[in-house]
Design a protein around this ligand. Structure first.
Ligand SMILES: [Zn+2]
Length: 262
């Protein structure tokens, strides 16, 4: 009984020590340090660069770099001054991602679906928002809680941890490099990334309304065939288009106007 009380006290203090707030005011559980997440993101990024063919076309890279730079210039510190690495992958999937450690990946296929700089900014802004709101940390942390919960259960039952429980805890701790980093995000994370992405777009002078058109293009692109990779890890466009349109009146678009040429 005493062991149980001590364990619960430890459990509670871990929770108290690691709750913080996202940029939209949502409370978050963060058990990892940003440095740990950056390392996981960096390892995953290097793995992607080794496994996928890289598009070295100068014009294409300059276009993606231009849109990314305009967005990065509007970010809160330390992200604005960070050294972001951007890679265009020679892959037909309509996909993009950003990882902790300030890494961005854009696939060729996305450049067919995003018709102009504003639509490309919508996707890159959304992906950068996942990083800034530390969604990976939250997700890995909740995986860890599952592991901790099992360990707590084992402690309470005074039994030994079996191998699979230990492996789960280790994986959640980041010993398995890719765990949690490239999996789909939850709905709460998605709508938060949409909102923040629209803010970055507007601050950079891109047209936020083009974000809704991007999602329409994504949906049209997927008709009659398997959905683009981006859609398979993201909620259906219909619901997010409504949410985007509802949020547009709150945004103030900066007077600057980026001019990134595809
Ligand atoms: Zn997303």
């Amino acid at each position: 009984m005493q062991l149980r009380a001590v364990s619960l006290a430890v459990f509670a203090s871990v929770l108290l020590a690691s709750c913080s707030q996202s940029p939209t005011g949502r409370s978050q559980l963060m058990l990892m340090s940003p440095q740990q997440l950056d390392k996981m993101g960096e390892q995953s990024y290097q793995q992607m660069q080794q496994e996928l063919e890289i598009n070295t076309d100068e014009q294409t890279n300059a276009y993606v770099q231009c849109v990314s730079d305009e967005l990065i210039d509007t970010l809160p510190e330390p992200y604005r001054s960070a050294d972001w690495e951007i890679t265009v992958f020679a892959d037909d999937a309509a996909n993009a991602f950003a990882l902790p450690g300030n890494n961005i990946g854009v696939y060729n296929g996305l450049l067919d679906v995003a018709e102009n700089q504003h639509q490309l900014a919508a996707v890159i802004g959304h992906e950068i928002a996942h990083v800034i709101a530390q969604h990976s940390n939250e997700r890995v942390s909740s995986n860890m809680m599952v592991g901790l919960g099992m360990q707590m259960g084992a402690v309470l039952a005074e039994t030994q941890l079996d191998d699979s429980t230990a492996a789960l805890a280790m994986a959640a701790l980041g010993v398995g490099a890719q765990v949690g980093v490239l999996l789909p995000y939850s709905r709460a994370h998605e709508s938060e990334a949409d909102k923040l992405g629209l803010r970055y777009m507007a601050a950079a002078g891109f047209e936020p309304a083009e974000a809704a058109q991007l999602w329409r293009n994504m949906a049209a692109n997927s008709e009659g065939q398997a959905p683009p990779e981006f859609l398979s890890t993201h909620p259906h466009p219909g619901s997010r288009i409504d949410a985007i349109n509802n949020y547009l009146p709150e945004l103030q678009v900066a007077s600057r106007s980026p001019n990134c040429q595809p």
